[in-house]
Write a new protein. Structure first.
Ligand code: PEP
Ligand code: MG
Length: 688
């Protein structure tokens, strides 16, 4: 038979799902002998049962609740419903997971008119009135606006039922919660003997943080309300926690000590709630502290340096995407976390280059190389458009040669800058990928302008644009297909890469070994064809310059067919680099540029759980990647494999790449810090 109610001394953090975080932590505090007013927790399973029973608390559960209430009476020496020395309790919701909608606490349950009258006769009627008022107010907020019932047991059950019901209705129609499995977890309820912070000037209630939630600095902070006759939400009456040292020296000393005990016990920053009754401190709850990104970084680094947690745990504590934002607030600690992440991770992290300014960011943010230099950022600049048109359209061979030379020079200059900045780090430069139909000017006025600049007739220009027009450019004349139809583009790009490498190697005396990457391969013969152009051109460059340059030829894996015949392709190349955006586009058949709104709708309707253009879809794309990695490495054990493009900055995708045993991921340079941390987290979780 299920057990629906646990006394505080029966629970533990292993039962967090049943007891909620609050209930589990109250049990832990009780077990380690901290001053916690005794009580019990009605489990989240009881909540589920309540919902299943049509929103009623079953007799069995009632019986268990009252049995535990009797135990509580024994421990406190007070009686629930007694007029002489009544036991009053606080009832609080205790959620098992973050993000749950939690109703507020109901205080002083067990008080009624008759008991209040009786208590007043023994003195301190101000205190009794205040307790009564707080009961009415908190009861109205959580249970409803009706009068508080006279029967204390009825009050207690109504408060528990109200929390269960609030939980149930907060989930109504909330598909996110249902999907997250939150609805199956339910909510627990803690029933705890009241500790009074309103018994006089030597009483107070307060909240304390073991470290600053804003900065993470190791200093107990928070606020308290002395002899509180106002709701804790009234901030005007709050005093900073520092003042407690003078007003409540003994209780404050205890709080400082307990805060350290709790951090050591839970190994994390704590948010605590306490009550001081006639000078004596009681802990009424503790939990993992909420914190800013900066506080998360600082506290994690400090706690590791204090020996409280390991470096691995510290790295796991920071959210990759938020951590970089903390850099200016706590740069020393941020650098520590980053250096530990670098020690731990096995994936190399490179940067994608989409413009000259990316190069600076990549170098500053610790890129271990360039995983994708999209050459379009140089080649397709407006000033180069006439030359590109001449190369593709002009009928005059002399003109074509001049155009090729001009494009070669501008590419070479750009590549030299990349090699120079990256020194001996690997640089993968991708041959032109963009579809011609999308890059050549389409407007009549542009055609006229270029015609005037190049000497190509307007008629020829228009005819050529017509010829390049495509219904579906992303599946059209792009990627390696350009190298097949216009080998001169691949030749001039290879020559630019090789000459740039030769010159920088000669200038710097650092070995430069370019990686030449071919996009959109789907057929092994296609790879053979393009590789032949690249290798022959590269060798010719070396011969002409009398210089030996090591270079590598690789392919992007972004056409599903390439993943399926990876063994054949691997025999032709030195490396693979997954282009997961195109792979996703072609495998799902979703346009990567037009489906954002539709995908959001798919997610809302539960058809997809994630945007596959942001996070790799493990089932489909992941399976193709796995196939490619296995087949590729089987055919060529030395094959280097990476992933470049947008997914390279996504922590979940990085974790997947780690699991697949890739050598590197390459991300937007702005995401390098986050990627370095995410790669370390993946390695830590993998070891676990
Ligand atoms: C990709 O398709 O994932 C990729 C890296 O190439 P691009 O984004 O340039 O198409
Ligand atoms: Mg691509």
């Amino acid at each position: 038979m299920s057990k629906f109610v646990y006394a505080f001394n029966e629970g533990s953090k292993d039962l967090t799902e049943l007891l909620g975080e609050k209930g589990a932590n109250l049990s832990e505090m009780t077990r380690i002998g901290l001053p916690v007013p005794f009580g019990f927790t009605v489990t989240s399973q009881a909540c589920n049962q309540y919902v299943l029973d049509g929103c009623t608390i079953s007799e069995d559960i009632c019986r268990e609740i009252f049995a535990k209430l009797e135990e509580l009476e024994e421990v406190t020496g007070k009686k629930f419903g007694s007029k002489q020395d009544p036991l009053l309790v606080a009832v609080r919701a205790s959620a098992g997971c973050a993000g749950a909608a939690i109703p507020g606490a109901v205080l002083n349950l067990g008080l009624n008119d008759a008991i209040a009258e009786c208590l007043k006769q023994t003195g301190n009627s101000e205190f009794v009135d205040d307790c009564r008022r707080k009961l009415q107010q908190t009861y109205a907020e959580t249970v409803g606006s009706g009068k508080v019932p006279e029967d204390p047991r009825e009050q207690l059950l109504a408060a528990i039922a109200a929390i269960f019901s609030a939980w149930n209705s907060s989930l109504d129609g909330d598909t996110d919660a249902v999907e997250a499995g939150v609805s199956e977890v339910g909510i627990a309820v803690c029933v705890q003997a009241m500790a009074f912070g309103n018994l006089g000037e030597d009483s107070c209630v307060g909240i304390a943080h073991s470290r600053s939630p804003q900065s993470g600095e190791k200093k107990l902070c928070g606020e308290f309300w002395q002899n509180t006759k106002v709701p804790v939400s009234d901030r005007s009456a709050a005093k900073p926690l520092d003042e407690m040292a003078e007003l409540f020296p003994a209780a404050f000393a205890d709080l400082v000590r307990i805060s350290e005990v709790l951090e050591k016990y839970f190994l994390d920053m704590q948010d605590m709630e306490f009550v001081v009754t006639c000078g004596k401190l009681y802990m009424v709850q503790t939990g993992t502290a909420k914190r800013t990104a900066a506080a998360a970084v600082k506290a994690a680094a400090d706690m590791a340096c204090e020996g409280l947690i390991s470096k691995e745990m510290a790295v796991l504590r920071v959210e990759p995407g938020k951590a970089p934002g903390a850099r200016s607030a706590c740069s020393e600690e941020f650098e520590k976390i980053l250096s530990w992440a670098d020690e731990i991770r096995t994936l190399k992290i490179r940067a994608n280059l989409d413009g000259a300014e990316d190069l600076k960011i990549a170098a500053e943010m610790g890129a271990e190389g360039i995983g994708l230099c999209r050459t379009e950022y140089i080649l397709l600049r407006e000033e180069h458009m006439p030359a590109l048109c001449q190369l593709l359209i002009a009928e005059n061979e002399q003109q074509k040669k001049l155009a090729a030379e001009r494009l070669f020079q501008c590419q070479k200059k750009g590549f030299k800058a990349v090699f120079k900045a990256m020194e001996d780090k690997p640089v993968a430069i991708r041959l032109m990928d963009a579809p011609l139909s999308a890059i050549l000017p389409r407007e009549e006025s542009d055609a006229e302008k270029i015609a005037a600049q190049t000497g190509i007739s307007v008629g020829r220009m228009k005819e050529a644009f017509e010829q390049f027009r495509e219904m579906n450019p992303m599946l059209g004349h792009r990627g390696c297909r350009l190298a097949v139809t216009y080998p001169e583009i691949a030749q001039l790009q290879t020559r630019a890469i090789m000459e740039a490498a030769i010159e920088i190697q000669q200038e710097s005396e650092i070995e430069i070994a370019p990686e030449i990457m071919v996009p959109l391969i789907g057929i092994d013969k296609e790879m053979e064809f393009v590789k032949d152009i690249v290798v022959r051109t590269a060798q010719r460059c070396c011969e002409e310059r009398g210089c030996v340059i090591r270079f590598y030829v690789g392919t992007m894996i972004e056409v599903p067919r390439a993943a399926l015949i990876a063994d054949k392709i691997a025999r032709e190349v030195d490396f693979f680099s997954f282009g997961a955006s195109d792979l996703t586009q072609m495998t799902f058949g979703f346009s990567r540029d037009d489906t954002e709104v539709m995908i959001a709708e798919y997610i809302r309707k539960g058809i997809l759980t994630e945007d596959p253009f942001r996070t790799i879809d493990r089932d489909g794309i992941g399976s193709l990647m796995e196939t490619a990695v296995k087949a590729g490495r089987q055919a060529k054990p030395t094959l280097k494999i990476g992933l470049c493009g947008e997914h390279g900055g996504d922590p979940a995708s990085i974790a997947f790449c780690h699991q697949l045993g890739l050598n590197y991921v390459s991300c937007r340079p702005q995401l390098l810090f986050a990627a370095r941390i995410a790669a370390a987290q993946a390695a830590i979780r993998d070891k676990k």
